[in-house]
Design a protein. Structure first.
Length: 68
């Protein structure tokens, strides 16, 4: 999913508000109303902020300093 165009070519579907509201409607259990714009941010794989987080998460952690 690092290449948005390639991911879409192999079947990734960008969610639409209509598709989300098939399940996230007034009858779905939730403490607050469904907000499509805010919810979309939680699954946004393409934004610069998420790309930066992903790169940091994938990089190896530095090894702890050795005691002398």
């Amino acid at each position: 999913m690092k290449d948005a165009e390639l991911a879409r070519l192999v079947g990734l579907v960008d969610p639409s508000e209509k598709a989300c509201r098939n399940c996230h409607d007034a009858s779905s259990p939730s403490l607050k109303p469904f907000n499509f714009v805010e919810s979309l941010k939680a699954i946004d794989h393409w934004s610069a902020a998420r790309t930066g987080k992903s790169a940091r998460a994938e990089s190896p952690s530095p090894e702890p300093a050795k005691k002398k």
